[in-house]
Ligand binder design. Structure first.
Ligand code: ADP
Ligand code: MG
Length: 703
């Protein structure tokens, strides 16, 4: 390890009066300096200010009392046909007490011998024993670690363990929460010398923020829960501020460029032209967004707009109308980026059908286009003979040069923005329309996509038949067989989706998918040779081939992991079975479900789950009740936190608490703060962590 690190670690070792082993464990988690250590925050707090030992209990009290005890012995006996549990425990100073429970096996089953619990109830004396009948019990998360003090030879004389709000740290490779608490205590009076305020004073006052030093102290040993909450707010304010600053700097950087389309008067006739050729009437929502985009195109700064629509709401045609406008009004070129070849092919068909009759030349550039043709396309792009290009990002290459690129559509994807923007900036910073694949609640869009103007519209084209969704058991899945075969006989197609397993477990994903594939083959011998398999480990070439087969009827039942999540249009797909649906978030289920129901045939989505847990059933039921992606995203945010929604996009910063991510006002305040800071201090190098943060994030995005 580097010298710098070694000396930091030595310093930390001395400050913590601890062993090299302990320091090594910390180092593995990038906790190297005292400062790092002080930023290892508790994951919860235990209110010990009101917990009493048994000898301190006050009887005949009306109120409820809490005590803490380690369970010694659990016994059960019968009296008058009633089951009685007698559970003895010992408090931290050695007093003994007991818990009695009548008949409730459930309550008793939550209590285990040798574990520690906070016991809340009304104590009485029974046969000379302090007894709690049917108390509330909460397993306490910070067992004292009696060996810790000995091992480290630390002397702490004051009693900081009780009579206060006590921090509970995440356990780290065998380092117990209590040990962290003890070590942290040693450092409390060093905080003032280690941390100093970095935000301008006026800023702190304007946004009512707690100072940095106080924040760190309150995070570890809060003086009250209110203070702890303020400290927490400060921590997340800072993190979200960095994200905002990053977004705004990106936006400013891109918008420094002047567009070639600014200034002139809007020609609405052009829009009318294309709208009248459509085989359907645009929804109000579509019209409104087309109007916004057209106005943006006429501004001197390049547009950065995020189009947030539900699946199947008709985003493509909006983008197409704008591409057409750019061409007619400014002789500008457009490019549509799609993440997969199948999707690019699909866009190509849609756009060619729309734009060719209007005399625009549409071309497709993907990896499978032969070299000679590629060269021809490149040449024609350079000379301005191609007006709209459909392109897969996989092939973004520096040797593609546009003649007059003015409009970029990025469809159904979440990453690579920075890289793509850097690429397109070379061509006079065209307008960018980013089309999101997942509805994100407004507050979250503000938190994470601050550089975009956001259009959120949730109106569906008329005449869509909402997908009928049903939560089913494993048995009911088997019973679906005749129905599935019936659909296939009628020329329809079926998806069977298995849960995506964490990225680190790609092999598991393959295993799960393959098992499901074998099971499907066994269950449907009638479909021999017509069952396909798609998973994330396959090369994109092979994935594309499978999707093509599914489109072209070679396959009529596709077993897949979530890789079908992108906007692939298989209009004949009318049944989707999602296995082990409880493993997915609602947003993701909704995304998956959006792959069916794309035509006017009634479609069905079956959510199979083996779980009988009440809350899981309730969560999945929401899928039966609504087809509104935004509503489901909100529910996800409430139930499982932001990671659920961001998970499909990016994993960074997904641990920001839900109260904050759904607090639109707070987030607006942060954005306002970021704008002020940037106006006053455009460079911001002094903001600690910003540089590192930017590098990390850029690294992630560029990876
Ligand atoms: P997404 O928003 O998921 O990308 P698409 O753009 O692929 O959705 O549109 C889904 C389907 O809806 C397409 O077949 C498209 O032609 C059709 N569509 C779009 N707008 C309308 C409308 N206003 N009325 C009827 N059908 C529409
Ligand atoms: Mg789409």
């Amino acid at each position: 390890m580097e010298d710098g690190y070694a000396s930091f670690m030595m310093e930390l070792k001395i400050a913590l009066k601890t062993t090299p082993k302990y320091i090594k464990i910390l180092a593995a988690e990038w906790i190297v300096t005292v400062k790092d250590f002080l930023q290892y925050f508790p994951r919860a707090y235990e209110d010990r200010s009101s917990i009493r030992n048994l000898n301190e209990l006050i009887f005949n009290e009306k109120g409820i009392t809490a005590t803490k005890g380690k369970i010694l012995k659990k016994s059960i006996f019968m009296r008058w046909w009633r089951r009685i549990y007698n559970i003895s425990f010992v408090d931290p100073v050695g007093n003994k007490g007991q818990i009695t429970i009548f008949n409730s096996g459930f309550l008793a089953s939550k209590i285990h011998e040798d574990k520690r619990y906070i016991i809340v109830g009304k104590p009485t004396m029974k046969m000379n024993k302090i007894t709690f009948s049917h108390p509330d019990v909460v397993e306490t998360e910070a067992p004292e670690d009696p060996n810790a003090a000995l091992e480290d030879k630390v002397e702490i004389k004051e009693n900081y363990n009780t009579g206060r709000i006590f921090p509970i740290y995440p356990e780290l490779m065998g380092i117990k929460p209590g040990r962290f608490a003890q070590k942290m205590r040693l450092l409390m009076d060093k905080i003032d010398t280690i941390f100093s305020e970095y935000l301008p004073q006026e800023f702190i006052e304007k946004f009512w923020l707690m100072g940095v030093q106080e924040t760190i102290k309150e995070m570890h040993y809060p003086t009250s829960f209110d203070q702890q909450k303020q400290a927490n707010l400060r921590i997340f304010f800072d993190r979200l501020l960095r994200i905002q600053l990053y977004s705004l700097m990106n936006r400013n950087d891109y918008q420094q460029n002047k567009t070639k389309t600014g200034g002139e008067i809007i020609d609405w006739e052009i829009i009318k032209n294309i709208v009248t050729t459509l085989p359907f009437e645009l929804t109000m929502a579509q019209k409104k967004v087309i109007k916004h985009i057209t106005e943006n195109i006429h501004e001197p700064k390049p547009m950065l707009r995020l189009l947030q629509w539900d699946v199947g709401s008709g985003k493509t045609v909006v983008a197409a109308a704008s591409a057409y406008y750019t061409h007619k009004k400014f002789w500008g070129q457009s490019v549509f980026l799609a993440p997969l070849e199948v999707l690019a092919n699909q866009h190509y068909k849609t756009l060619a059908k729309l734009l060719l009759p209007l005399w625009l030349r549409v071309e497709l550039l993907t990896w499978s286009v032969p070299k000679s043709q590629k060269d021809k396309i490149k040449q024609d792009l350079l000379e301005g003979r191609i007006h709209t290009l459909i392109w897969t990002h996989a092939v973004i290459q520096d040797d593609v040069v546009f003649n007059n690129l003015q409009f970029v559509v990025i469809d159904e994807q979440h990453k690579f923005w920075v890289k793509q923007r850097a690429f397109f900036k070379k061509f006079w910073a065209p307008h960018i329309l980013q089309m999101s694949a997942t509805p994100i609640p407004r507050s979250m869009a503000l938190a994470f996509f601050g550089e975009f103007d956001v259009s959120i519209i949730d109106e569906m084209p008329l005449g869509r038949k909402p997908i009928i969704t049903k939560v089913i058991s494993e048995k009911e899945y088997i019973k679906l067989k005749p129905r599935i075969l019936d659909h296939i006989r009628k020329g329809q197609k079926v998806f069977i989706v298995t849960p995506l397993i964490e990225e680190s477990e790609k092999l598991e994903e393959v295993k799960a998918a393959t098992t499901e594939f074998e099971e499907a083959k066994a269950l449907f011998p009638e479909l021999k040779g017509k069952i396909g398999l798609l998973h994330g480990k396959m090369r994109s070439k092979d994935k594309d081939a499978v999707m093509q087969d599914f489109k072209s009827w070679k396959i009529c039942l596709l077993v897949s992991t979530t890789v079908i999540e992108v906007g692939v249009d298989i209009p004949e797909a009318t049944i989707m079975v999602i296995k082990n649906a409880e493993r997915f978030g609602l947003s993701q289920l909704h995304q998956l479900r959006g792959r069916i129901g794309r035509a006017d045939i009634q479609s069905y989505c079956f959510l199979e789950t083996k779980s009988k847990a009440w809350d899981i059933g309730k969560r999945l039921k929401a899928m039966e009740e609504t087809n509104d992606g935004f509503k489901l995203a909100e529910l996800d945010l409430q139930n499982r936190g932001a990671g659920e929604i961001l998970g499909t996009m990016q994993s960074w910063e997904s641990d920001i608490p839900l109260e904050i991510l759904s607090d639109l006002k707070f987030l607006e305040k942060i954005q306002e703060g970021a704008k002020r800071l940037l106006e006053k201090y455009p460079k911001l190098e002094w903001l600690p962590g910003l540089k590192k943060y930017l590098e990390e994030k850029m690294g992630d995005v560029l990876a």
